[in-house]
Design a protein around this ligand. Structure first.
Ligand SMILES: Nc1ncnc2c1ncn2[C@@H]1O[C@H](COP(=O)(O)OP(=O)(O)OP(=O)(O)O)[C@@H](O)[C@H]1O
Length: 279
């Protein structure tokens, strides 16, 4: 991954314009920042010079037609593309200002800080308890059995699942309903204290009631976590996210407050996509 020099940030530009006598408020520093991110799968380029800020404690939706690169971009944020042999990533991505592609960075640690929830709920073939306890145990987050039990209970509570499973924690996670399994996967992600949660179409395999529960949960989680969600549902993007980024053919078309993106997008491709003309 190359570090690329870049032009002054918007924050710096704004700072230049501020009257000198007014104390400058520090501009909101993004939790994550992507600059000039390109991804190739072998010879095929899937992302072109993507610049995107991920604001802290907000939900940002990535939208766009199938194959436009949303999941590829999402996977850049916790280096999941490293697991794809033919994938090559260039550009610069930071988490709290730190280059996540730095050679000295521990990728396991990064993936604990930037957790991921996948399209299809994928609990381990273990008990509900073990699904949640596994991460904290391998990351050494609990000093003993009691503390581990507390982490499991708190994570299940935060994922809105505790009351439904508290009496059967030793039953298999795979025995839960699809929606419960997805909330279990969210509890598993939360259990290792992430700062950012990446969600790749987390509701696409769920029915409307389970979807509503997960959406409600996403809204609650925003208080403590930064969330990036890939979704095909315009309604879902509108319901859960404060900001929306529109991708098309590997390019980031535009990004802005969700209500603006859905009522007054500046790019015709966004307009066409949200009105169902393609995708
Ligand atoms: N593992 C891979 N190997 C080769 N090409 C890939 C791989 N993953 C994605 N691609 C290609 O990269 C491009 C972007 O795919 P990506 O899955 O990121 O798009 P997407 O917007 O998330 O699509 P969808 O909405 O259908 O999930 C597509 O052309 C896809 O075929």
């Amino acid at each position: 991954m190359n570090d690329i020099s870049h032009s002054p940030s918007a924050a710096q530009a704004t700072a230049t314009k501020a009257p000198p006598e007014v104390p400058q408020e520090s501009a909101a520093v993004p939790k994550m920042r992507a600059e000039k991110v390109c991804v190739h799968y072998a010879d095929k380029q899937a992302l072109f010079d993507v610049d995107l800020d991920v604001p802290e404690n907000q939900v940002i939706s990535l939208i766009g037609p199938s194959g436009c690169g949303k999941s590829t971009f999402l996977r850049c944020l916790n280096r999941m593309n490293d697991t794809i042999d033919i994938a090559r990533v260039s550009g610069h991505i930071t988490l709290d200002g730190e280059n996540i592609y730095d050679k000295s960075l521990d990728v396991v640690e990064l993936r604990a800080r930037v957790g991921m929830v996948f399209q299809k709920p994928n609990p381990f073939p273990k008990s509900i308890y073990e699904n949640v306890a596994y991460g904290p145990r391998i990351h050494g987050l609990a000093s003993g059995k009691r503390e581990l039990e507390e982490i499991v209970a708190t994570s299940l509570q935060r994922a809105g699942l505790f009351n439904e499973v508290k009496d059967r924690l030793d039953e298999p996670g795979t025995g839960l309903s699809g929606g419960q399994q997805q909330r279990l996967c969210i509890a598993r992600a939360i259990a290792v204290n992430p700062e950012v949660i990446l969600m790749d179409e987390p509701c696409s395999a769920l029915d409307p009631i389970a979807t509503a529960k997960v959406e409600e949960l996403i809204d609650e989680l925003r208080e403590n976590y930064t969330i990036v969600i890939v979704t095909h549902s315009m309604q879902q993007a509108a319901r859960v996210s404060q900001r929306t980024a529109m991708f098309h053919l590997g390019y980031l078309v535009e990004e802005g407050p969700t209500d603006m993106m859905f009522t007054n997008p500046t790019d015709k491709r966004t307009q066409d996509y949200i009105t169902g003309r393609f995708g």
